[in-house]
Structures are given as C-alpha cells and as structure tokens.
Write a protein that binds this ligand. Sequence first.
Ligand code: C5P
Length: 393
Amino acid sequence: MKRILLIVSGGIAAYKALELVRLASKAGLGVTAVLTKAGAEFVTPLSLQALTGEKIYQDLFSLTDDSEMGHIELSRAADLVVVAPASADILAKMTAGLADDLASTLLLATDKRVLVAPAMNVRMWQHPATETNIGTLKARGVLVVEPDEGPMACGEYGPGRLAEPPVILAGILAALNDGLLKGKHAIVTSGPTHEPIDPVRYIANRSSGKQGHAIAQALAALGARVTLVSGPVALPDPFGVELVKVETARQMQAAVQAALPADIAVCAAAVGDWRPQTEAEQKLKKDGSGATALSLTENPDILAGLSAPSPTRPKLVIGFAAETERLAEHAAAKRARKGCDWLVANNVGGTGIMGGDENEVLLLTADGAEPWARMNKQAVAEKLAAKIGAYFE
Ligand code: C5P
C-alpha cells in the first residue's frame, strides 16, 4: 500500500483536507496526518483521526510521539509528503528552511517528494513574496497543485482557493505514478479555438475546456505522460501534464502532429469547423451599408487526421460529438465518418452542458453504445480514463 504523509496547515480550506483523506483512502492510499497549530484551529485531530484511522501527529517535542515515531521516521514511512492546504506561512517556511514546529521540521528533514496545494487570500497568493517562494519551491522540484479562482471565504474573488480534493488526489496519484497507463503517451485536445477575423475579432464557441482538461488530469493520474493541446480557456493549468497553448485549429493540428507518436489520442476540443477565408490585417470598419458578409473556409479535421491509417496512428483514438438532436444516430455516423475507435457523444441541446460542470454521455465503441448516467465532468474523465486503462491492460 502506498502511503502519504499529509500535513494540514492553517486556513479555512483545512476542512477540505478531510474530503481529501476520504478520497485518498478510497483510492487505496494509507494516510498519516500531521496537523499544524494553525490547522488545528480549523479541523480537529479527532475528525482527522476518525478518517485516517491512525494517530494524528501535532507536536515536535512530544515524548509519547517521539517514542512511537520521530519526525524522521514519519517521513521515511511515506512515499510522498503532501501539504494541503498549504498556507502562505508554511510555503515561506519551506522556502527559508525554517524548522520551528513538527510540520516544518518534517519538510526540512524529508528526502521524499513533496506536493503542495496552496490556499490563501488572493492578495497573499499574488504577493511577490509568495510568488517568489512558489518559484523557488518549484525549482527545487516541489510539485504544486495550483489553486482555483473563485469566491473566497474572506468575501473576495480571485485565485487562491484550494484546488478541489479530486484534483489534488489526481496530482498525488500522478506523483506516485505507477498507474495502469505508466509508459503510455496520451495527446488530449481541449477547449475552443479562436479563428481570427481581424486583429481584434474572432469566431469561437462556448466550450470551457473543463471536460478535456479533466481527462488530461485523469490520464496523468493513471501514470500516462500527457500532452494537453488546449485552445484559450479560463482554467488553471492541470497538474503534471505538458500543456501546449494554441489559438486556432491549424495551430492545434500542428501541435498535435508535433506531439506524435502517441498511444492514445482524445480529441475533446471544440475545434472551429470554419475559419474566415482571410484574416484582415487591419480592424474591419463599418461601411455604412448596414450589412457585410464573412467568407468562411473549412478547417482541417484533427480527429479524422489522427484516425487515418498511418505509421504514427495512435492505437486508441477517441473523438467527441456534441449534438443537439438524434444523439445515437448522429454519433454513430460521426464515429464511422471520422474513423476513430471510440466516440463520446453528448447532447448539448439546452441542458447547460456546454460550459457547465456536468455531462451526460453515450460511449460508442466497436462493441456498441453504452449510456452513462449524468455526472460531473471530473467523474466522466475518471471513468473514461479507467476504461482506457483497462483497454491497455
Ligand atoms: O465534426 P465535429 O466537429 O462534430 O466532430 C467533433 C469531434 O471531432 C471532436 O472530437 C473534435 O475534437 C474533433 N474535431 C477535430 N477537428 C475539427 C473538428 C472536430 O479534431 N476540425
């Protein structure tokens, strides 16, 4: 059994550490927890102990703790040290090498990989001191699960919210990295494309990239090396994947081709089917006639290109189909037309799925159609990744 040493530092997000412990245990990990003094203001040792089923460590100089397991042994017994939530204070201590309590002493004494999931007020996160600290820690090889952006307990809005527990767990599993897809390379496309009309305007679509990014993360959690080719999205960079940022369909195709060879390709991007025939060099002006026309030309089909027989064709190519009517029929036709192995079809007609957090899909494979219940995009990603893992087993 793999074991993590989880350090829970102070901050309102500490309550999410309990959910992380629950998920980690469910994933088969052993969890030893260390609670800092500030962390203990937000969660009780008792609740952590109930979830880990183990003794909770809090004191550097506790005689009983030391006789059972000292700080060196604590980190020796773990495969990965995780700090979640990681406060600005503990990140600063790690950077400076301070060792004035059990958590900071452990972090200075450990020879194991360390993963931190920061959580703090937006201005603390954006303060040059924290930015410098994070930069230094990353340069030392500390793994960082970036915080989310959103409303904060302090009433402000911005980046600094602790990443969701399933995302932190995915980071942990990727760091432990001995999943079903170890040694496999996966290319995932995600997000919309922006097709320029002129220097200030473009054609785009409502894709948020949430599904594609979640798939990239879930594949990495199973140990795959993942190249995520993404159009413009407002999402934190997923942890542990190589991210290539593009804008247009043609750039996305070039990036995908450059990332080959791969074992798996998942085309979850909502690629613009058309682009303006020409991109005006200067901003287009109204001419007073009240109407104008845009001439469009078709974009290359990245999925069809990847699916075509070739020496570099990935063994498993998976496409997506967003349909607004006659889902099963259109999806089956699309799978045949594109030549992909699997097709994940979803009905995006008026259900708040495009851009939303949930998805309801139909998976088409050579064995037929499999309807999945409505679930969040993270769960869809994990289920799809598990199926991909089983395919390669
Ligand atoms: O034809 P349609 O756009 O509905 O097909 C959707 C699937 O094809 C998705 O998997 C999408 O990522 C992929 N696609 C592509 N390149 C395009 C258009 C769609 O890879 N130009």
